[in-house]
Design a protein around this ligand. Sequence first.
Ligand code: IMP
Ligand code: MG
Length: 194
Amino acid sequence: MKAEREDEHLRILIRRASIERRVRQIARKITSDFRGERVHLIGVLKGASIFLSDLIREIGLEVSLDFIAVSSYGQSTRSTGQVRLTKDLDTTIEGLHTILVEDVLDTGLTLDYLQRVLSQRKPRSLRLAAFLVKAAPRVKQIRPDYVGFEIPDEFVVGYGLDYAERYRNLRDICVLELPGGRDPRPPTPPSLPR
Ligand code: IMP
Ligand code: MG
């Protein structure tokens, strides 16, 4: 895998074929969990867009979808521990079987926040699907109902996940390595682990 810049190195962690297999398995599980029902999927922009678009096409149910966006990583999530809605849903989720779809569960702050916001809107049910779950110290204890892969606490890109908006289009999940072992993540305040 070739990095886009000379000083960035990519190491494949999860190959495209494994991703495809796992996404089909998760879709089958959702299809059987909600047999005969309609499900409403909510993707967290932008990272979850690729996972969501692969997932919905493998679900054999009546499906609708919407997107939500929160202030993220490089900006303020990790630096303040605060999450903020930057784009709300287009439609109500009241009475719907809703599945929140996220690219990666790291500290848990994003999913914890969104779970609280969405559960106040009276969905018929609310489940969480995380494509990746990191073996990282969590600020918030979150248990996703559907998990793609558990991965080590490393910074990854591809399949929707970015580094400064780049690499979302990679078909594999890759660890991004910077020169001198530099950490691609923005600095963490003392109030958060790591
Ligand atoms: P959390 O709120 O710390 O659980 O982090 C969730 C968000 O941080 C994700 O939606 C991603 O946007 C971002 N993030 C966390 N780890 C990574 C990574 O390894 N690569 C790219 N983005 C990440
Ligand atoms: Mg994200």
